[in-house]
Write a protein that binds this ligand. Structure first.
Ligand code: OAD
Length: 271
């Protein structure tokens, strides 16, 4: 660890009036949820051309419904089982020190599970069902319900159940019609960002004085423009990632670096 960068980050956190934590898939990697672009990531196993858009998913489902069930199972199952990790808890603990807003690309709800109260989910949430015509969230589902969905998908992907029985099980949560009107509140490629989260995120990034990017490759826009936007607005930008980039990189896993950063920023004050 570069000691200059560490000192810069510690001092920026100690003096911050409003922190934005910007998280990506790496934030939840230590909770057992795979990232997208690492060696074992989703897009290595499931080509984005077939699985990363709603139209691609519908098309693939018509040709090979079991492969779509396998993909959805691989999304749903780890999130159904996941618990918050030390990185999430460190972020939540910041709220008792300074105003903190989490802007997350993750759809797993783990920031809220760990106690963060100001969370903007700019790519939506797997724990919400949305009416795609009105963009309204119509219901919430919990992790035990996600586990039931995963079980139905597992049977079907393993060729143990009929399409009708899978649709009946899914229909308890997402009553399906041919328009796919009620669906998980997920932003896929080519979709508009989740609102009002995205508009609020852009506003808050302009106002923060410290922007901590955690576990994101910065490859997906428009979310990936937020670090530059924060820097241009005058915030200190630090990056926590095993392969970090930017002006103040802190290499390492979120679950190790974030608790240590918070300890070093505030324990000295408490001593
Ligand atoms: P990526 O898979 O692109 O990047 C994950 C990042 O996490 C990489 O930079 C890893 O080095 C880092 N990482 C891995 N383990 C980590 C750990 N324990 N602690 C900290 N960092 C770790 O995931 P995202 O950047 O989140 O969007 O991907 C952005 C968007 O692409 C997703 O929201 C999703 C995806 O396609 C949509 O589907 C619209």
């Amino acid at each position: 660890m570069d000691t200059d960068n560490w000192s810069t980050a510690v001092s920026a956190l100690r003096n911050a009036k409003h922190v934005v934590v910007f998280s990506g898939a790496g934030m939840s990697a230590e909770s057992g949820i795979p990232t997208f672009r690492d060696a074992d990531g989703f897009w290595q196993r499931f080509p984005p051309e077939e699985f990363a858009t709603w139209s691609g998913l519908w098309k693939t489902a018509l040709i090979d419904p079991h492969s779509v069930a396998d993909f959805v199972l691989n999304v749903v199952d780890p999130i159904a089982r996941a618990e918050a990790n030390p990185g999430h808890r460190a972020v939540a603990s910041l709220e008792s020190r300074t105003k903190t807003t989490v802007v997350t690309q993750n759809v797993d709800g783990l920031h809220q599970t760990s106690g963060s109260t100001d969370v903007l989910e700019v790519h939506g949430s797997l724990l919400e069902v949305i009416d795609s015509l009105t963009a309204q969230v119509v219901r919430r589902i919990d992790r035990s319900q996600l586990a039931q969905i995963a079980e139905a998908l597992r049977k079907y992907a393993g060729r143990q159940g009929s399409t009708d029985s899978l649709l009946a099980e899914l229909g308890k949560y997402y009553p399906l019609d041919w328009l796919g009107r009620l669906r998980p509140n997920l932003v896929l490629f080519g979709d508009a960002m989740a609102e009002p989260a995205w508009t609020k995120a852009c506003e808050v990034v302009d106002r923060c004085d410290l922007f901590i990017s955690v576990g994101t490759s910065g490859e997906v826009y428009p979310a990936a423009m937020l670090p530059d936007q924060a820097a241009e607005a005058g915030a200190t930008v630090i990056t926590v990632d095993p392969q970090p980039s930017g002006d103040c990189p802190l290499p390492g896993k979120a679950g190790i670096v974030l608790p240590k950063l918070i300890h070093d920023a505030f324990a000295a004050v408490a001593d």
